[in-house]
Design a protein. Sequence first.
Length: 132
Amino acid sequence: MKRLDGPFPKGEVRMFGGRRRLEPGAVALWYLLRGIAHTGLGMVPIEILKTPWKSAPNRSEKYLEPAAAAVWAVARLGQKDKETLSALIEHLDMPGDPDWFRGNIIGAPTELTGQRFGYAVSAWKRWWVTQL
């Protein structure tokens, strides 16, 4: 898990035919989180789930945001401790998230808890208060 803390190289990584220029740290985190989820070895750090969306929209809709990989990974891992669920539910109304990512964020607690509140953030928050 220490690898998730870096250090990561400086500079930029060119991907998707050179059209996307990304920070090496973001790319490394994205791949490490995917690896954790695929192997089932480890846990996703809560701080990454709390990270606001940073990528500007792009025409090809290609993103390697660590938060996107983290949300997918916690669902795949079945990581449903209180701290993880709390971070997911807090993130539901974080400003700046693309609509498709908001759907992924809703999908993670739905899968982890079996609750079906969809995009009703207030219902998620009311339910979560009863779980604490």
